[in-house]
Ligand binder design. Structure first.
Ligand code: KG4
Ligand code: ZN
Length: 334
């Protein structure tokens, strides 16, 4: 089954063509970051307009890279939420029109489920059950993938998402948008022992909390500045990154080990973090787990992951109707 998927939930317009949920034939991404950077963050209206302009040429590009015609497609998939409503609507409308015109089934995919499915593209041998840490700009979850398309929530953030904390602390350090990846790069040269930040505790054994850490970090920066002390940005970034990564790794490794699943995967933009990748591999393997990490380009937003998730939905007979709407606040767990 050859699926063309569209992802337009935030500031990346992405179109991909994937065969049987596992094999990427084309994976095209047009990042809008340069445009939004002028404003220090994503401007929803600009995002929608840029998606509208980019979708048609990107579909053409994906077809040409896959060496295919529209008539070779067996299904169309699209992210219908969560995300920015206007941005989502551009992709949903495009996908509906395309599926209708081609007379092929349409699949609606939850963006977070898409992130998890990036692992199927990167690791052909990976099958459920496995535990997965999902950490992005809006979500931080530890989940159990019981079967394709069937998920159990094990733990989650009680307040901010990990990516949100990265972006906020980056801003305090004067690192331009998008903060997370640049802070990560800066932290590589820093001493993570110079500034000690709290490692917050939570009641749930697999839950996270980042708002206390974020506030402590922001306050420390203000205090140091008031005292006229110079902040060493690389050390500050490294110390903060260490605290976030320790919490993400500790909880997800513990969840997988307690459940007795032998496999732990990671997904979402924060899974691109260099320290997180090293520590998940090291501590996961020390706990007897096989650790799966998608390559960085499949951790951040892309449409190939949406096509993979759609494949397993369609195999289950889950076809979306042409009444499909964008669901900006849809949740994966209630
Ligand atoms: O999954 P994603 O691309 O979009 C959402 O669905 O949110 O995740 C974006 C988030 C942003 O908060 C970004 O700062 C963060 O992932 N991120 C990183 C890194 N790369 C992206 N955070 C830390 N280290 C990175 N290398
Ligand atoms: Zn995402």
């Amino acid at each position: 089954m050859t699926i063309l998927a569209i992802e337009s939930s935030c500031d990346e317009t992405a179109v991909a063509i994937v065969r049987d949920g596992r094999e990427i034939l084309a994976n095209c991404i047009l990042s809008q970051i340069d445009r939004h950077a002028l404003f220090g963050g994503v401007v929803p209206e600009i995002a929608s307009r840029m998606h509208v302009e980019a979708l048609d040429p990107l579909v053409d590009e994906a077809l040409s890279r896959a060496n295919m015609a529209l008539s070779d497609l067996d299904a169309v998939a699209v992210t219908h939420g969560p995300g920015l409503v206007g941005a989502l609507l551009t992709g949903v409308s495009y996908a509906k029109a395309l599926a209708y015109a081609l007379g092929v089934p349409l699949a609606a995919v939850n963006h977070i489920e898409g992130h998890v499915s990036a692992n199927y593209l990167a690791h052909p041998e990976l099958e459920p059950p496995f535990a997965c840490l999902v950490a992005s700009g809006g979500h931080s979850h530890v989940i159990l993938v019981e079967r394709y398309g069937a998920y159990r929530l094990l733990g989650q953030t009680l307040d901010d998402a990990a990516g949100e904390a990265f972006d906020k602390v980056a801003r305090v350090l004067g690192i331009p948008y998008p903060g997370g990846p640049l802070l990560d790069r800066l932290a590589e040269e820093g001493d993570d022992g110079r500034y000690r930040f709290p490692h917050p505790r939570t009641d749930g054994p697999y839950d996270f909390s980042f708002s206390g850490l974020k506030t402590a970090v922001v306050n420390r920066a203000h205090n140091l500045r008031q005292l006229g002390e110079e902040i060493v940005p690389a050390d500050f970034a490294a110390s903060f990154r260490r605290a976030v990564v320790d919490m993400l790794v500790e909880k997800s490794v513990r969840a997988a080990a307690d459940l007795g699943v032998k496999r732990l995967a990671a997904a979402g933009g924060v899974a691109a973090n260099r320290l997180l990748r090293r520590e998940l591999a090291r501590r996961g393997e020390a706990a007897g787990l096989e650790v799966f990490l998608p390559p960085v380009e499949l951790c951040t937003d892309n449409a190939a992951m949406i096509a993979s998730a759609a494949y397993y939905r369609l195999l289950d007979g889950e076809v979306a109707g042409l009444g499909l709407n964008a669901l900006p606040s849809i949740r994966m767990f209630d």
